[in-house]
Design a protein around this ligand. Structure first.
Ligand code: PGA
Length: 271
């Protein structure tokens, strides 16, 4: 194959690194303004090739989207209600979110454990968001006792099957087939989230390889789906993590609340 054609094919299949900051239920309005504008400024001063995503509280979405727009930083919501307007007190649906952001975080372990959300909701959220032209990050991961019992791969396989082979599975498979860049999968071992106990490079590498294999059961474009690791990622440990083949970025909680630390992490994934 001629070199230029080969490069074109490579480009078509290359996965652009993607680093996401999950602010969780943190920041005042003032802090959200300052943090997002500092991230935007630092990203403009640094030669980052990675895509940057900020998952922020609902109430600041509109304002932060305007603050970071010039830097093409993607703004996302941390949850969504996957249905039409109606009598659902307290909920914010995907349709509303399309006006203020472009991505939705689905299946985070805190949604599973603190709020009791289940796979039925995740599956519907993913389908609703992708149908409305939004991007999605879907989180999976084993908890401490599942890890201790050697159940990790079984849990990850089940969490992938729940969305790819469940009631809304066909819609997800079709969306991934049409544009695999719109669906990001984050591997987050629950025991590593917010604990400072980051998984080892070897563990992450094995799990990421396993996950890509599982995705291959449902999609002919599995090698184009971007995979992130999340769980106590910091500027101190990101160097080794960013070297893992098959891995395309990180989902960062605590360290994303410090603009300098977050941009350092983004820089580690810059190729
Ligand atoms: P952490 O959180 O980086 O604070 O461990 C990660 C996450 O919950 O997405």
């Amino acid at each position: 194959m001629p070199a230029n054609l080969l490069n074109m094919v490579r480009d078509m299949h290359s996965r652009i690194p993607i680093i996401s900051g999950n602010w969780k239920m943190n920041t005042s309005r003032e802090e959200a303004r300052n943090l997002s504008s500092t991230i935007a400024r630092l990203s403009s001063e640094t030669n980052l090739t990675a895509e940057i995503v900020l998952f922020i509280p609902y109430v600041w979405l509109s304002e932060v989207s305007e603050i970071v727009a010039s830097q093409e930083i993607i703004v996302g919501a941390q949850d969504s209600y996957p249905g039409p307007n109606g009598a659902y007190t307290g909920a914010v649906n995907t349709e509303m979110l399309t006006e203020v952001c472009s991505m939705v975080l689905v299946g985070h372990s805190e949604r599973r454990t603190v709020f009791g959300d289940t796979a039925t909701k995740f599956s519907a959220q993913i389908t609703d968001a992708l149908t409305k032209e939004m991007l999605v990050t879907y989180c999976i991961g084993e908890n401490e006792s599942e890890a201790a019992d050697g159940e990790t791969n079984r849990v990850l396989g089940r969490q992938i099957a729940e969305v790819f082979a469940g009631a809304d599975g066909e819609s997800l498979r079709n969306s991934v087939h049409d544009d695999p860049r719109r669906f990001v999968l984050a591997y987050e071992p629950v025991w590593a989230i917010g604990t400072g106990r980051v998984a080892s490079v070897g563990e992450i590498s094995d799990r990421i390889e396993f996950i890509r294999g599982e995705l291959g059961k449902y999609s002919d474009r599995a090698d184009e789906i971007r995979l992130q690791y999340g769980g106590s990622v910091s500027p101190d440990n990101v160097a080794g993590i960013s070297e893992i083949s098959h891995l395309d970025g990180a989902l960062v909680g605590g360290a994303s609340l410090n603009a300098g630390d977050f941009i350092d992490i983004c820089g580690a994934f810059t190729v």
